[in-house]
Design a protein around this ligand. Structure first.
Ligand code: SAH
Length: 275
């Protein structure tokens, strides 16, 4: 390979792009531009909304019928020919995207990669429910996890252990094991009336939202016939703020960008150490 070609190839990384949860407008501007410029796109056909691929000039492959060797070979061959290659993953690529193994293999071949983040389905589900996942004085922690399926989960992350925090949980890939999940959540210490919401196909036109508690959600999901592509959110934060208000916008709370008002309604001079 001539040094000139090597330089050209090095300046043309393979882009892993977060396609977002489904709504074609929930992709970053950068992700969209790179898709428009791409000559070859491999997308995760089981979850990425095909709407997002309309009108593109690229040759498009669906990875659901390909194995890892296939995927890497197809991307590498196009890259060697100087083509622009994009790999499209649902939601954000860093969450259950199996990108680690692809990046590892590409780097071993000297192929540069770049990752463009996306809107994960956890956040699309929270948006659909109009909830804040980190309600002040309720919880300030969000756990992303799943029940073990064909991919095992390390013992130290077992569901009951995580549930013991009673934080907000965003549970992926688990709606087909709802009974087992709820048993584990209770075993971990969430009270039985803890709110649970399940959002199927968040941000798609056919989005479905089911809300309940750890006690009754499994039956509701069965009745609604939800078996896959659903996000499970758990925790007291889903019940809302109950009227509690945070310090951040409190009128007597100063921070870097705003001075507090004193009780008489006038702006106080901010103490720089008081943020
Ligand atoms: N990288 C993706 C997750 C891939 S794993 C992301 O960031 O969202 C696949 C799991 O994600 C599904 O089993 C489901 O739990 C969840 N999921 C993906 N898209 C979804 C959507 N539109 N609505 C609800 N859940 C979704």
């Amino acid at each position: 390979m001539t040094p000139d070609k090597r330089d050209r190839l090095a300046g043309n990384p393979i882009h892993f792009i977060g396609a977002g949860p489904g709504d074609p407008e929930l992709i970053t501007l950068k992700g969209k531009r790179l898709m428009e410029e791409a000559d070859l796109i491999i997308y995760a056909g089981s979850l990425v909304n095909p709407e997002i691929l309309k009108g593109l000039k690229a040759t498009i492959y669906d990875s659901s019928g390909m194995d890892l060797d296939n995927i890497i070979e197809t991307m590498a061959a196009a890259w060697q020919r100087g083509k622009r290659v994009a790999r499209l993953h649902t939601g954000d690529p860093s969450i259950y995207g199996a990108i680690g193994e692809q990046i590892h293999r590409l780097k071993k071949r000297g192929i540069p990669c770049r990752i463009i983040p996306g809107v994960t389905s956890a956040f699309a589900a929270a948006a659909a429910l109009q909830v804040e996942l980190t309600v002040p004085e309720v919880t300030q922690t969000v756990i992303f996890t799943r029940i073990a399926g064909r991919t095992p989960v390390p013992d130290r992350e077992d569901m009951a252990g995580l549930a013991a925090h009673q934080a907000t949980m965003c549970i992926f890939l688990s709606v087909s094991m709802m009974d087992q999940l709820c048993r584990e959540l209770l075993k971990g210490g969430y009270p039985p009336d803890t709110p649970v919401a399940v959002v199927e196909k968040a941000s798609w036109p056919e989005e479905k939202r089911i809300t309940g508690t750890i006690q009754d959600i499994a039956d509701k999901i069965r009745d609604a016939n939800i078996r896959k592509t659903a996000m499970i959110l758990v925790g007291k934060a889903l019940a809302g703020t109950g009227g509690r208000e945070s310090m951040l916008y409190h009128k007597h709370f100063s921070h870097e960008f705003r001075n507090a008002r004193s009780a008489d309604g006038n702006s106080k001079i901010k103490d720089p150490d008081d943020t």
